[in-house]
Design a protein around this ligand. Structure first.
Ligand code: MN
Length: 230
C-alpha cells in the first residue's frame, strides 16, 4: 500500500544546546560570496551593495549524524564551513536595527556542494539546484541560543579535514552582516520562525573523498564533526 501523506518523514529538526526542545526547520536560505577571499578564489567579484541567495530544500538538512553520504552525480564534492543563523520570530521588511530580535540562535554548518556541477551551471547559465540542493548537504550542528553566544564578530570560523586546517577566518570578515542579510532577505520573503540562513563560506574550499573527517569549529558554538561515507 502506498504511504499516506501523513506517513512521510517530517522535516529535519535541530537540537538546541541545554534545551530538550528541538528547532523544526522550515526553509534553508544560503548566502553566496560573503567573504572576499572566497569570492576571489572562485574567480568572482564581490557585490557589496546586496547579498544574493540560493536555497536548499529542508530535506537536504542533516543533523546529529556522525556520517554523511558522498552523493551520486559528482566527482568534486566540496566543503564550505558556514555560520548558520536560526530565525525565531516571523517578519517581513525587517529593518537592520530590528533584525536581531528575529534571531533565535546560531550553529556551525557545512554547505556541501557538487562543485563540478556548479561550474557547469555557471558556464551554461543554469540554476544551481543540482550543485547545492543535495541530500545531506546542509550539515548543521547543535544550536546555541543568541543570548549564550553574544555579539557576532571576533569569533574564529574554521574547518579542518583529517585534522589539517583548510578554512579559517573571522565572522567579522563577512561582507554582509547578519542584520543586513535579514533586512535584505525579508524584502523578498516573509521570514518565519523555523527558517535557517547559511551565511556563506570563507576561503579554502576544496574536495572531500570517502573516509574524510571534517571538523567545523566556530568559537562559542558546538563543533560539528562528520565523516564522509560511501
Ligand atoms: Mn556556501
Amino acid at each position: 500500500m502506498a504511504p499516506s501523506l501523513y506517513e512521510l518523514p517530517p522535516n529535519a529538526s535541530v537540537g538546541i544546546d541545554g534545551d530538550t526542545h528541538v528547532f523544526p526547520v522550515n526553509r534553508v536560505f544560503c548566502v553566496g560570496r560573503n567573504y572576499a577571499e572566497h569570492a576571489a578564489e572562485m574567480g568572482n567579484t564581490v557585490d557589496r551593495k546586496a547579498p544574493f541567495y540560493f536555497t536548499k530544500s529542508p530535506q537536504s538538512v542533516i543533523h546529529g549524524h556522525p556520517k554523511i553520504k558522498y552523493p551520486t552525480g559528482t566527482q568534486n564534492y566540496h566543503h564550505e564551513v558556514e555560520f548558520v543563523v536560526f530565525i525565531g520570530k516571523t517578519g517581513h521588511n525587517i529593518t537592520a536595527d530590528a533584525a536581531m530580535d528575529h534571531v533565535f540562535g546560531y550553529a556551525c554548518g557545512l554547505d556541501m556542494t557538487r562543485r563540478d556541477l556548479q561550474a557547469i551551471a555557471k558556464e551554461k547559465r543554469r540554476p544551481w539546484d543540482l550543485a547545492k540542493d543535495v541530500e545531506q548537504s546542509a550539515v548543521i550542528g547543535t544550536i546555541t541560543s543568541k543570548g549564550n553566544f553574544g555579539d557576532i564578530g571576533p569569533q574564529k570560523i574554521e574547518l579542518s579535514v583529517n585534522d589539517k586546517p583548510v578554512q579559517s577566518a573571522y565572522l567579522l570578515d563577512m561582507i554582509h552582516s547578519v542584520p543586513d542579510i535579514i533586512c535584505d532577505l525579508s524584502k523578498y520573503y516573509t521570514l518565519k520562525a523555523g527558517d535557517v540562513i547559511m551565511t556563506g563560506t570563507p576561503a579554502g574550499v576544496g574536495p572531500v573523498v570517502i573516509g574524510d573527517k571534517m571538523d567545523a569549529r566556530i568559537e562559542g558554538l558546538s563543533n560539528l564533526v562528520v565523516t564522509v561515507e560511501a
